[in-house]
Design a protein around this ligand. Sequence first.
Ligand SMILES: [Zn+2]
Length: 61
Amino acid sequence: MNVCEDRHTPKYEITYKGIKGSRYNHVWLVCSTCFENKKCFGDKEQIVNMVKINDLSLINF
Ligand SMILES: [Zn+2]
């Protein structure tokens, strides 16, 4: 899964339109900061759908 930045805590799971001609959409986990501040992540014309991640917690043992 693609994540905006390794150390960020994703808040949204966003499906972006693929490149024209590509049959695959691109799913990214994006934090709220990147979504609001980086045009590449926040460009609504490129978004197919987005899901808010409520309780995504990573537990390491
Ligand atoms: Zn981020």
